[in-house]
Write a protein that binds this ligand. Sequence first.
Ligand code: FES
Ligand SMILES: [Fe+2]
Length: 440
Amino acid sequence: MMSQEKNDELSLVKASDPAGKLLRQYWMPAALSEELESDRPVVPVNLLGEELALFRNENNELVLMDRHCPHRGADMCFGRKEDGGIRCPFHGWKFDSSGQCLDQPAEPEGSKFHEKIRINTYPLHEVNGIIFAFMGSGEPPAFPDFDCFKAPDSHVFAFKGLWECNWLQALEVGIDPAHASFLHRFLLDEDPEDSYGKQFRDTAADTNIPMTQVLREFDRPDIIVKDTDYGLRIIALRDLQNGTSHVRLTNQVFPCAITIPMSNEMTITQWHVPIDDENCYWFSMFTSFGKPVDKATMRAQRLLEHTLPDYAPIRNKRNHYGYNREEQETLTWTGMGLDINVHDQWACESMGKIQDRTNEHLGTTDKAIIQHRRKLRKAIKIVSEGGDLSELPLQVNAAQARDIKGPVAIDAIAPTQDWETVWRTSDQQRRAACDWDAER
Ligand code: FES
Ligand SMILES: [Fe+2]
């Protein structure tokens, strides 16, 4: 259990809040690249409690600025794009892409007032379908050599979805290896041939055993958590009682992402990004070590479950997540359909907008959650006290960033005595056979 004060310290995201300050020192997914392909030239972005406006100027450069005009607050998302900048429709104040006000056409001729006016803008970095923003102070950290950033665009599919809850509880479901045996339990095994683009529907590596069967029949994993330069490596071992063990490697990528295996071919790197204190988006990069990603299929699968432009899930608390009693008795543990994302969404949202951690009771399986909170608290303290940011995970320069790779996310079956070597070999084989440079 934790005090209310400590819960607030870890979870709240405004610029004045301790966790808000920490999160701002990291690149955050702000939008999918595809969002700028809609009919709307300037799209609204809500990130870390701030209202922002995102567009590509005529030179195709990305610009992210505050949403409200510094004159009298009109909405820049309806601005007119002009000569690399944007003009507010209310009184025509014009801003360049650095945010400097260049023109105030109704002010007296010769007025220099505009020189004093700026709108906040933020650095951006676009990679493999996601536009990342940096809202902190000082130099942003460099992007590590993670697989999802290094893979070519053809091998990465990006998507996002809305969850109506605080970012931290959304992240914590992803670093909790025990829940997969319950929340995502399927009472029947689907044909793994039909598993493309879905999580937990492949066979366990190098076997004919469906992952669903492994998770269902072996529900008491041993969990090992290791500190790394990017966050945590989390290993879940399931002893299959026949001399072999199922090994599942997942990762916490500091401060708000995970990298996990999706199938034998693909991994998922997923950020849980605060919109504000009570809502968040998951942004995922699905990275293939095998064939190029079939983006049309993966997008169509996800559009069956989400509505645009908000990427809001069709199953949500207002329709009880599509709960079906008969399905719960015969097919799935939750009765909420086959998409495991919906199960996670229910688990996180059902805690309440911000989980009341003054009432929780963490068990042995919550090891990674405990360790991650410890790391967060330490990092929050460093940022709040104006300490040395280079002590934080992933606060690296370009040269250091090249040494941060992976992270390895894999499912493997190994002789129980040998599990430590087998996952490394499986990972190396997969990387060696990969079309792009996936060497670690
Ligand atoms: S409110 Fe934007 S120019 Fe007046
Ligand atoms: Fe889950």
